[in-house]
Design a protein around this ligand. Structure first.
Ligand code: NAP
Length: 548
């Protein structure tokens, strides 16, 4: 009996049903995928590990968490009533509001009956004789499906470095990507935080305002620009909503799938004064528009240096202690890691209760019962926070036992790095789709339009197979090789692969160093459309194995 309309989702555990589609994950990708499948009349089941929907915004509840792309853009566009009626309270919505939005979508489109919460998919094996996927969960489900769609997110497997003595710490520990639901009170406490990526940069100012003392352990400084967050002026909302379709279309036609105020001229054709004026303008706008300052920012190290030096100048102006300021100044190319977005981050280092420790100079050696030890000192805390990021893009897929045709394991196939065709499909794994997989624009784009584009393409493909009386779709190995080469060739001339980022898997010891996302949302969409228009070029489509 389906659990109609309940926010607890469908009843689960031990099911042996058969579906057209199994969807793994109920984040923004899984929710829309389910909605599309149901619209098309396919039977679908979503398995979600968490006890609620929302994916990234379900798990990342750390203080200060909010989106870094304007909410009017970081939102679904598939339903005109939804985009007209939903009101964002701030320019960059906080985590709680994004979670409300995910729940609203599940309510509004009555998705709950097909979502099974608290259920982690453990394996998906392709049964060649039956031409079906056999999917198992940690709740004892053993279901079959014609198609499996991985809506598992790019940043869903957390990374906690395997420090010696990790479990010995006697205080409270937290990971920003697995933050508790209940508010955490740091009042009067001595807190240590490891990491200075986006999650740390958002949370540090909020935690510092509460804690007795906050010690930040920084290995690599990051570039951060101010969010300038606040309520969205009513006239802006009115203007966008008066013609939402055109607003979306203009954004979809860019390299990022977002309004980043891109300039087609180059930094080096301008005088230093003109460049500074432009960077000041971007600093005042805040957020990711900094990427769009000049056309050569991501391709010419000399141009990149001018923007990087501008931000270093800002850090030196804001942070009063020159030694601390210097430690905070990044030396990597601007944008080789995602530029962070903050509210008062650098200024937080002017507080008397905040200490910055450079663990590049003296690495963390061990976690101790009372804190941690670096190569040259020991620190004591009540609370220890890991803002140490994720095993990005492949981590969650690799933790499942996924086996394609002839029992080939995805772990083995990707042992030297992920290989996909269009970031969507893997040769040897028929009817397995990945939303925002490695080789797609995903994390180098506005995730919501990227997700919608993938969901639309997959839906259209599955529907096409049904209309043609076909069942199986599989990427050709050669098309996949060519796509992987193209993804690498697109990134190679840019500054993107020049530092130890998670785009390259460099944050995880032993992970193959391969540039995973594809740079260029608009050309990517055109390529996917072209592939479909040419009868699914690069794929083999076939009839059911048992068709007479
Ligand atoms: P992250 O960018 O990977 O940062 C992890 C931090 O932990 C880095 O400073 C890293 O140092 C440090 N670290 C890892 N292992 C360490 C070790 N063994 N010793 C010392 N330091 C260590 O992770 P994140 O901050 O969670 O962000 C991940 C991504 O999530 C972002 O890039 C962004 O795409 C997304 N995100 C977005 C938002 C937003 O939209 N507002 C907010 C948060 C996150 P190294 O740099 O030296 O490796």
């Amino acid at each position: 009996m389906p659990n109609l309309g309940s926010k607890s989702g469908a009843n689960g555990g031990g099911s042996a049903a058969s579906y057209d589609v199994v969807i793994v994950g109920a984040g923004f990708a899984g929710l829309y995928m389910l909605h599309k499948m149901r619209q098309l009349g396919f039977s679908a089941r979503v398995f979600e590990a968490g006890d609620g929907v929302g994916g990234t915004w379900f798990w990342n509840r750390y203080p200060g968490a909010r989106v870094d792309i304007q909410s009017l853009e970081y939102s679904y566009q598939f339903d005109e009533d939804l985009q007209q009626q939903w009101e964002w309270s701030e320019r960059y919505a906080p985590q709680g509001e994004l979670l409300d939005y995910a729940n609203h979508v599940a309510d509004r489109f009555k998705l709950w009956p097909d979502i099974q919460l608290n259920t982690r998919v453990t394996s998906a094996h392709f049964d060649e004789a039956a031409d079906l996927w056999r999917v198992r969960t940690d709740q004892g489900d053993a279901v079959s499906a014609t198609n499996v769609i991985m809506a598992t997110g790019c940043l869903s497997s957390t990374n906690t470095p395997n420090f010696e003595g990790l479990s010995s710490f006697k205080g409270r520990t937290f990971h920003t990507g697995r933050w508790p639901k209940e508010p955490v009170d740091f009042t009067g406490r001595r807190v240590g935080i490891i990491g200075t990526g986006s999650s740390a940069i958002q949370s540090i100012p909020v935690i510092a305002a509460e804690a007795a003392h906050l010690t930040v352990f920084q290995r690599t400084p990051n570039y951060s620009v101010p969010a300038h967050n606040g309520p969205i002026p009513e006239e802006v909302v009115r203007k966008v909503k008066a013609n939402y379709a055109d607003f979306r279309a203009a954004n979809n036609n860019t390299a990022l799938g977002a309004d980043w105020d891109y300039r087609a001229d180059t930094a080096l054709e301008h005088t230093p004064e003109e460049r500074t004026a432009e960077y000041e303008r971007r600093w005042a706008m805040g957020v990711l528009s900094f990427y769009g300052s000049y056309a050569d920012l991501l391709t010419d190290p000399e141009a990149n240096y001018t923007a990087a030096e501008f931000i270093r100048g800002k850090i030196r102006q804001i942070v009063k202690d020159p030694v601390v300021a210097e430690k905070l100044c990044p030396t990597t190319a601007l944008g080789c890691k995602r530029i962070c977005v903050d509210t008062g981050y650098y200024d937080t280092y002017n507080r008397p209760n905040v200490t910055l420790v450079d663990v590049n100079a003296a690495p963390i050696v061990a976690v101790t019962p009372t804190g941690l030890r670096t190569a040259d000192a020991a620190y004591d805390f009540d609370d220890l926070i890991f803002a140490t990021g994720f095993d990005a893009m492949t981590g969650t897929l690799m933790r499942m036992d996924i086996r394609g045709a002839r029992g080939v394991s995805l772990k083995d196939e990707w042992a030297e790095g992920p290989k996909t065709y269009l970031g969507l499909c893997v040769a040897g794994f028929p009817n397995l789709f990945i939303i925002a997989g490695p080789g797609s624009p995903s994390v180098l784009s506005n995730m919501l339009p990227s997700i919608e584009q993938h969901v639309n393409w997959i839906s259209q493909t599955v529907d096409h197979l049904r209309k043609q009386g076909l069942k199986r779709i599989e990427a050709k190995a050669q098309a996949q090789e060519e796509w992987v080469t193209h993804v690498n060739e697109t990134a190679a001339p840019t500054i993107l692969p020049t530092c130890n980022s998670w785009y390259l898997g460099a944050n995880i010891p032993g992970k193959p160093r391969v540039f995973m996302p594809y740079l260029g949302f608009a050309p990517y969409v055109a390529k996917c459309d072209e592939v479909a228009a040419k009868g699914y070029e690069g794929f083999v489509l076939s009839a059911p194995a048992h068709a007479s």
